[in-house]
Design a protein around this ligand. Structure first.
Ligand SMILES: [Zn+2]
Length: 230
């Protein structure tokens, strides 16, 4: 799971992550920033915000069965799909050797601008580039192989967190896990202005996506666009 900020994974995919871990799948979070530009408390030193948000993300991960949470420490608000970020994500891919990488859409969503924070698009673009070609190419970022001994790794499934308008191809039924998604979100206390309103909005969105997916009334879902890579 590659996202820009602490809390992105929980808004977008925590219901699916809970379903995956319940099925015995090991999940690693790779968070590009520490979220130090988040929150609204101007009195809090930004370094304190960074460590607070790391703690919140680790707590949220635990709620959905994830204990491996890695932060790349790129500057919040300034993420770009640089060769350095592609290398840093490729390093984690080669270390973890996942079958599936889930990340944010590199494309702007004109219907919901908050989903298209520039950091999200940049993190998504860098993750896609890390999946193909960087992580599988022994000659990309040669220091990973030469200095760190990290063999190339080919990821076979790329999942983009995406609504139907952006070409979603798979819905994960989160009816059984949406409550854990909300509980995970509630761990991001520094980011929640009105927790009840956010919980309600997330539940409504989950049911709307369930409807889009053609699930029975009242069911919840999360949508993804899946690309299989030979
Ligand atoms: Zn974000």
């Amino acid at each position: 799971m590659v996202t820009a900020h602490p809390d992105d994974v929980d808004f977008g995919s925590a219901g699916s992550i809970a379903a995956f871990t319940s099925a015995g799948v090991d999940v690693t979070y790779c968070i590009v920033t520490n979220g130090d530009a988040g929150g609204s408390d101007r009195a809090m030193p930004r370094t304190d915000m960074a460590s607070l948000r790391q703690d919140e993300q680790r707590a949220a991960a635990a709620v959905v069965g994830v204990s491996d949470v890695r932060f790349l420490g790129h500057p919040d608000g300034m993420v770009q799909a640089t060769p350095e970020l592609r290398r840093d994500i490729s390093r984690v891919i080669r270390q973890v050797r996942p079958e599936r990488v889930v990340t944010q859409s590199p494309e702007r969503n004109w219907d919901f601008i908050f989903a298209s924070h520039p950091d999200h698009m940049a993190a998504g673009e860098a993750a896609v580039c890390a999946v193909y070609p960087d992580a599988r190419n022994p000659f990309a970022h040669p220091e990973l192989l030469d200095d760190e001994g990290l063999e190339p790794w080919s990821v076979s499934e790329l999942w983009i967190m995406a609504p139907r308008e952006q070409g979603a191809t798979i819905a994960v039924d989160t009816t059984a896990t949406v409550a854990r998604k909300v509980a995970a979100l509630m761990c991001h206390k520094s980011q929640l202005g009105d927790p009840d309103a956010i919980a309600e909005r997330v539940l409504a969105m989950a049911r709307a996506q369930g409807e889009v997916a053609g699930l029975p009334e009242g069911a919840s879902a999360e949508l993804f666009r899946v690309t299989r890579i030979p």
